[in-house]
Design a protein around this ligand. Structure first.
Ligand code: ATP
Ligand code: MG
Length: 235
């Protein structure tokens, strides 16, 4: 257990969590913190998977890069096939599974395709949390953001700098800037998000598993998120 986690949280019931939130709202950061805090939890991030595909120059990676570089979403069935294949390969389609999704589903079409599949395996999502962070805070964060592509670890030069400038804390490998973290592409990503997010929220509100956690920083959001999870699933 990492030294900064004093008391690990043990869940009593399987948790299948989806994190929603604008680009830069800290889904990746909250995910890493939850993984440290809750030993039973595992996660996948659609964005991280796509960046790894791009890095390895696969056919899918090449196709994904054309969308990502423009701040556009991938077609629903492409991303749905990719992620549902992973869920199945990871053995996550079972009632006892505990996991977290970051970045998928992003549209109501993706949400209903996923629901359909999960229902068949008696492993439906049971919590959807939106991270609500003011837009001005987000824009500032993006400029200072660096990532370690192979692990998905995210650093912020201001709030969460690497121990050695430019290098990942764990592997010592170089950090990079995301190709879609430029001011211009980021604006497009926010627009795309604002278009798809309302209907998606409505979709999950109707299923009764939707909550929002608000705050300006990841340090403010994390304890609220953890409390919410523990109150429903925890010790
Ligand atoms: P952040 O990582 O800052 O939270 P984000 O949510 O915009 O921002 P990612 O989730 O990393 O970024 O996704 C990056 C890009 O990958 C998106 O802009 C989109 O092109 C593509 N992508 C990721 N997930 C999906 C999805 N579920 N549907 C369609 N496209 C996706
Ligand atoms: Mg992300």
């Amino acid at each position: 257990m990492p030294a900064n986690v004093k008391h690990a949280t043990h869940l009593l019931k399987p948790l299948r969590l989806l994190l929603l939130g604008a680009p830069g709202s800290g889904k990746g950061t909250q995910t890493s913190r939850l993984l440290k805090q809750i030993p039973q939890l595992t996660s996948i991030s659609s964005g991280d998977i796509l960046r790894q595909e791009i890095k390895s120059e696969s056919t899918l990676g090449r196709e994904a890069a054309t969308y990502i570089a423009q701040g556009k979403l991938l077609p629903d069935d492409l991303i749905t096939r990719l992620i549902t294949f992973r869920l199945s390969a990871l053995g996550w389609l079972k009632p006892s599974a505990t996991w977290l999704l970051d970045g998928f589903p992003r549209t109501t079409a993706q949400a209903s395709a996923l629901d359909e599949l999960l229902k068949q395996h008696d492993a439906s999502l049971n919590l959807v949390v939106e991270l609500d962070v003011p837009e001005c805070t987000i824009l500032e964060r993006i400029e200072n953001r660096f990532v370690h592509v192979s692990s998905g670890r995210v650093y912020n030069l201001q709030y969460n700098p690497p121990k050695i400038p430019g290098l990942d804390d764990i592997t010592g490998e170089p950090l990079t800037k995301r190709l879609d973290d430029t001011a211009e592409v980021f604006k497009k990503r926010l627009e795309e998000y604002n278009k798809t997010n309302e209907p998606l929220k409505e979709y999950y509100k109707n299923s009764g598993i939707f909550s929002t956690v608000s705050g300006e920083t990841s340090d403010i959001i994390f304890p609220k998120l953890l409390d919410l999870i523990t109150s429903k699933f925890g010790q």
